[in-house]
Design a protein around this ligand. Structure first.
Ligand code: ARG
Length: 241
C-alpha cells in the first residue's frame, strides 16, 4: 500500500509539473493589477494583460507552453523559491531587497507610485504630508513598504481594488499604488482622484530563481528583440498608452 501511495504521489507531482516539466513555462502572477495582469476575456476568467503578452512571447521563443498561475502578490517570491513556478510576471519592481532572493530580467517598464484620495481632499500637497496619515495599500508591494516609512497606520489588502474600497469608504486618508493600475482602477470611479508627487522611479522586471542563468538569458533576449522589432511598443499601445 505504501508503495502505491508513493507511486501515486510521484505521478501526481509529475502531472502537476510544478515548473519541472520540460516544455511548460509556469509563470506566477497576481491578476489584480490592470493593465499589467487582470482577469477578463470572453470567458471572464482568462488571465490577460501586458505582462501576460510578454511572457507568451518568452514561452513561444523557447518552444514552451505557457501556464499562468494566479496567486496573492506576497506569495509569489515564496512560490518561485519553492520551485512551484519558474518565473514571476507581476509588474514587480526591482528592489535590492528582492534582488537578495531572486534574479531579475532587464527592466522593462518605468513606473512610479501615486497617491489616490477622495476628490477635493487638499491635505496632501507634498510627500511630507504623508506623515502620520492612514494609508491603504496592496500587501507586500513597494507602496506598502513606502507607506510604512511615513506612517504606522497602514492597512494592507490582497488586492489594489480592496485598498481602493477602503479609501472610498473613508476608512483611510489615501491609497498608495502604482500609477498605471491606479489610473485603471479609477476609470469607473467618480469619487476618487489621483495625485502625482515626486516619488522615485521604479522599474519592473520579470523574476526568476537565483542562478537560473539559462532562463534569465532567454528572457533578456526576448525582451531585447521585442524592443528592437517594435513588438514591445505595440504591446505598450495596446495595453497602456
Ligand atoms: N510594483 C509594485 C511592487 O513591485 C506593485 C506590483 C503589484 N503587482 C501585482 N500584480 N499585483 O511591489
Amino acid at each position: 500500500m505504501k508503495k502505491i501511495i508513493a507511486v501515486l504521489g510521484f505521478s501526481l507531482a509529475a502531472l502537476t509539473g510544478c515548473g519541472e516539466e520540460e516544455n511548460v513555462l509556469v509563470v506566477g502572477t497576481n491578476a489584480s493589477f490592470p493593465p499589467f495582469e487582470y482577469i477578463g476575456g470572453e470567458s471572464g476568467n482568462e488571465i490577460m494583460g501586458f505582462d501576460i503578452d510578454i511572457v507568451k512571447k518568452v514561452a513561444e521563443d523557447n518552444g514552451k507552453t505557457l501556464k499562468v498561475e494566479d496567486m496573492s502578490f506576497d506569495s509569489l517570491i515564496v512560490a518561485l523559491n519553492a520551485g512551484r513556478i519558474d518565473m514571476i510576471a507581476a509588474g514587480m519592481t526591482i528592489t535590492p531587497e528582492r534582488q537578495a532572493n531572486v534574479d531579475f530580467s532587464d527592466p522593462y517598464y518605468e513606473a512610479t507610485q501615486v497617491v489616490v484620495t477622495r476628490k477635493g481632499n487638499t491635505t496632501i500637497q507634498s510627500i511630507d504630508d504623508l506623515k502620520g496619515k492612514k494609508i491603504s495599500v496592496q500587501l507586500g508591494t513597494t507602496g506598502d513598504i513606502m507607506a510604512k516609512e511615513f506612517s504606522d497606520q497602514v492597512v494592507a489588502f490582497n488586492t489594489g481594488f480592496e485598498a481602493m474600497m477602503e479609501l472610498q469608504n473613508s476608512r483611510v486618508d489615501l491609497m498608495l499604488f502604482d500609477k498605471a493600475p491606479a489610473a485603471n482602477l479609477l476609470k469607473k470611479n467618480q469619487e476618487l482622484e489621483l495625485q502625482e508627487l515626486p516619488f522615485n522611479a521604479e522599474y519592473y522586471g520579470l523574476a526568476m530563481a537565483k542562478g537560473n542563468a539559462e532562463l534569465l538569458k532567454q528572457v533578456n533576449t526576448t525582451l531585447a528583440s521585442m524592443k528592437a522589432n517594435g513588438d514591445f511598443d505595440a504591446l505598450l499601445s495596446k495595453h497602456i498608452k
